[in-house]
Ligand binder design. Sequence first.
Ligand code: SF4
Length: 701
Amino acid sequence: MTAVATHCPYCALQCATTLHPVERPGAVEVQPRDFPTNRGGLCRKGWTAPEVLTVSDRLTQPLVRNAAGDLVETTWEAALDFVADRIRSLQEAHGNDAVAVFGGGGLTNEKAYALGKFARVTLRTSNVDYNGRFCMSSAAAASNRAFGIDRGLPFPLADLGGAGAILLVGSNIAETMPPAVAHLSGAREAGGLLVVDPRRTATAGLTEEGAGVHLQATPGTDLALVLALTHVVLQENLADTAYLAERTDDPDGLFRSTAGWWPERAERVTGVPAATIRRAARVLAAAAPVHGGAGAYILTGRGAEQHSKGTDTVTACINLALALGLPGKVGSGYGCITGQGNGQGGREHGQKADQLPGYRSISDPTARSYVAGVWGVSPDDLPGPGRSAVELINSLGTADGPRALLVHGSNLLVSAPRLASVRERLAALDLLVVADVVPSETALLADVVFPVTQWAEEEGTMTSLEGRVLRRRVAVEPPGEVRSDLAVFAGLAERLRPSIPFSMDPSAVYEELRVASAGGIADYSGISWDRLDAGEALFWPCPSEDHTGTPRLFADRFGTPDGRARVVAVDHRPVADDLTAEAPLYLVTGRLLQHYQSGAQTRRVAELAEAEPEVYAEIHPRVAAQLGVVDGRPVRLRTARGSMVLPARVTSDVRPDTVFVPFHYGGEGAVNELTNDALDPISRMPEFKVCAVELTSAVSL
Ligand code: SF4
């Protein structure tokens, strides 16, 4: 085996790597490779990723639960027969929607596409959604609403480097994707790095070196803060009025929606001093092209998006960007820092409840007709939009909900909100099937487990946070009886609807995906497998094989019918589960440098697990003193959903009104036992980021 050029398995930065074979079976060594997103860098998650290939509890054989309740080894044929028989009988008894499929934003484009097609064509169920609903769905909804197109970054990441100012709202890239920090260099040198976060994260800490600004807002108030920033821009005549008149549909809407958010009022809501708000607005505006600046960006992350008002918070950020005339200008713009490895591609190919491939709406008759033609079925045969992730989970095993669930690339028992309810719903199912690489918390509950390939064991494509399509390549043979998720879809399709077969060959699936995407928003039709194989990494839309792709969107027009961006008036509202006398602190959840998503992979890597072995709660020293909390000793957190005991870390990096807990841990360390599943009315994103919590010292335990 020779060296193989591929990309990191984890986040959406998709750092380029070269894998080298080593003596041990199934193992590789990784070296960083130069690429525009990572510029030769890797974070420690990427450096240690090969360890996951050979972890001692790797799933290598299909498992089925026996009469005694134990998961025991079986064959692929027996497992597929069993699952197909159960699906057939459940659908005959309860209808097609009795079976649901749940996907993931880490699946390759081919798996995401096949999963959506399998649900709509083989199972003919409307119940399909994925964990991207928990990730960047609010940013996607806001971008679609304002621009008519959602591509996380509608520009290459490297464009950030020349900007004079960057406003990061709820994004901690210094921990989640450290190589991306290199792209903040221009703004940092110019003193224009502006970070909105209730914690002094590693990213917020970068503002202290120069003249940057950390806006340490009260959890749940980012929307009010951004409205106030926009208010200052408009009141101080810093807006790009010509741009607003030419490129937006309702410039006056901006004035109407921000008139009531003068900085002193925003200070009372957000806790950020009015003078700091004014300063940040002026720094951002000075970098805008309309004032002759080097360029300015507004970027959002999960901190802005994982709220019951996440779509409106991102909309406020887009409105601020429009006020300054940023979107569509080279060297400026608005973008979302997508988190999951294929968070971008994962939302384009039809595994989302309301979408078909090409990022088309499943409610659009033209889209239904086109995709049905590619799939060889009647448009009338395609189900309509289904339940979103939380609504789907909450319906499992209920009178009119699904009786069976197939999970691919997702660990719901760590990553979904209000876990007691998730456990109850999964237990109510007649059949739970999980495809995974390790026995995750969710796989351990399943009736059938399929052992599937991971990054270095499979061919495929991924799409980075910039909308750049990349090749993932095989470097090692998978162990034991491991097969691709594509084999699960193909095997079940063969048993349930053999007239429409599924390919297990990733290149064949990709070629079909290209055709299905043609003419859609995310048009991959010109990005052939051969072009990717030859080393190209192309931005969609790319409508023909002689097209060079589209690194920058919106230069002349937005994706709306009239080409103008939509200004949507939004307003601040309280968090769904706000503070009470009994629960007087905000619980905020988030991510650590050492772990990725539900931690199913990174908690199995020795170096990462040793560095951050267990969950903890960050508590401000003043609160610790008031409540008798001692650093390192246990505290109890209690919310309306449940309680947990965990060690305290006393630190002034959090606000006195805030408790921070990382979400990467399972079992008794799962903070999603406490989080709220109140949904954003548009994106259906749950409010992971904030709820009221009672904190007590638990030293007597
Ligand atoms: Fe790069 Fe993200 Fe992998 Fe770290 S986890 S090496 S930032 S792709």
